[in-house]
Design a protein around this ligand. Structure first.
Ligand code: BMA
Length: 362
């Protein structure tokens, strides 16, 4: 009898310890998106990361060569954040608007996540009221209104969102876990070069459009998306101006600044500094993250641009998470590369400022 009791006690202990070592999912387990937000929040206290659009597909002097990366060839490491664009999925194309095959995007995105990297997606869909025209077709100011629920182009636009959602659903680990990512739709909305831009819709239409987008994807990919809202360089915001098109604290996780130097260095420095101070402060006060979600200088004619012009600007921000130079497409290159005149300066800046690359966040 005594032996039996001991056996029963041992069995009970084993059952308890088995339960302990296999955590059961509970309602308060964070979603993949919440885990990514927490990770970004932890990382920004250590420094800011380097991101790059289309890094695995082409560089300044090469295109479509598997295994290459301008970032790796200059820095000996990959970007911490990789950016990809979904434009073209809505047309059922195999390649995006920049000729990158979607299957290859999926492959690189999954690979990057599995090696510890962070992903961000943008989407430049065609104009839904003029589907043969691209995202830059701005001759019609009724387009945003026309895709809202019950409006004439809603069904078509919902089918476009569905096609992109179906692609994003294929971002899974080998174990079938959904991969979290940052989604940055309707960016640069304070400019008027996209069909969702400032002069192309009313404040209310824009905010309704954002909320519709958010609610659609959250229903399709619940808890998988970190939402980024990124105005273009404004040159100083008033709170009233900013809030007039702010989609809402309840649906945005990360505020971005898209900022290129097209004009003079002085203007870039003063205007971008004013923006990042305002936006990063708003972000901190409202429990949001902040990043420079697109940036660069076309053709990089100024060899010390990164260290001398860009660095003081990003360092005016309160706890930026990352900066993401745009794609290294021919002469339109914006990011780090050994083939750019900015190579040495970028390397010195990245090293001195302890910018975080992939290995730093793994
Ligand atoms: C723009 C340019 C375009 C490109 C688009 C989406 O800034 O680089 O050539 O098609 O982004 O990547």
């Amino acid at each position: 009898m005594k032996r039996l009791l001991i056996l029963a006690a041992v069995l009970m202990m084993l059952t308890v310890s088995c339960k302990k070592s296999t955590p059961q999912p509970t309602d308060d387990q964070p979603t993949p998106a919440q885990s990514l937000i927490a990770r970004l929040d932890t990382l920004r206290k250590r420094g800011y990361m380097y991101g790059h659009q289309d890094d695995p597909f082409y560089g300044i002097t090469w295109q479509w060569e598997q295994g290459r990366s301008d970032t790796y060839e200059l820095m000996g490491d990959y970007p911490a954040v990789l950016g990809f664009d979904l434009g073209g999925l809505e047309e059922g194309h195999d390649k995006n608007l920049d000729s990158v095959p979607f299957n290859w995007i999926r492959e690189e995105a999954i690979k990057h996540y599995q090696r510890g990297g962070i992903l961000t997606f943008s989407w430049h869909p065609h104009n839904p009221a003029h589907p043969e025209q691209n995202a830059w077709y701005v001759e019609d100011t009724t387009v945003v209104g026309s895709v809202l629920p019950d409006s004439v182009n809603h069904e078509l636009f919902a089918s476009w969102m569905q096609m992109t959602a179906d692609f994003l659903k294929t971002l899974k680990t080998d174990d079938g876990e959904p991969i979290p990512f940052i989604l940055r739709p309707w960016h640069e909305y304070n400019g008027s070069w996209f069909w969702w831009g400032q002069k192309l819709c009313s404040d209310q239409e824009f905010k309704d459009f954002w909320r519709m987008t958010h609610d659609f994807y959250e229903a399709q990919l619940p808890g998988q998306i970190v939402w980024s809202c990124s105005p273009n360089l404004q040159g100083g915001w008033s709170e009233e101006q900013f809030l007039s098109r702010w989609p809402g604290d309840d649906i945005i996780d990360l505020i971005g600044e898209d900022c290129y130097q097209w004009g003079t260095e002085e203007d870039f420095i003063s205007q971008t500094s004013a923006d990042v101070e305002f936006l990063s402060r708003y972000a901190l006060q409202h429990g949001k993250l902040f990043a420079i979600t697109e940036c660069g200088m076309q053709n990089s004619p100024t060899p010390d641009w990164w260290g001398r012009v860009f660095r003081p600007v990003i360092e005016r921000a309160d706890q930026p998470c990352y900066f993401l130079p745009w794609r290294n497409w021919h002469a339109d290159h914006f990011g780090a590369s050994k083939d750019a005149s900015t190579a040495d300066d970028f390397k010195a800046y990245a090293t001195q400022a302890h910018i975080l690359f992939l290995k730093d966040i793994q």
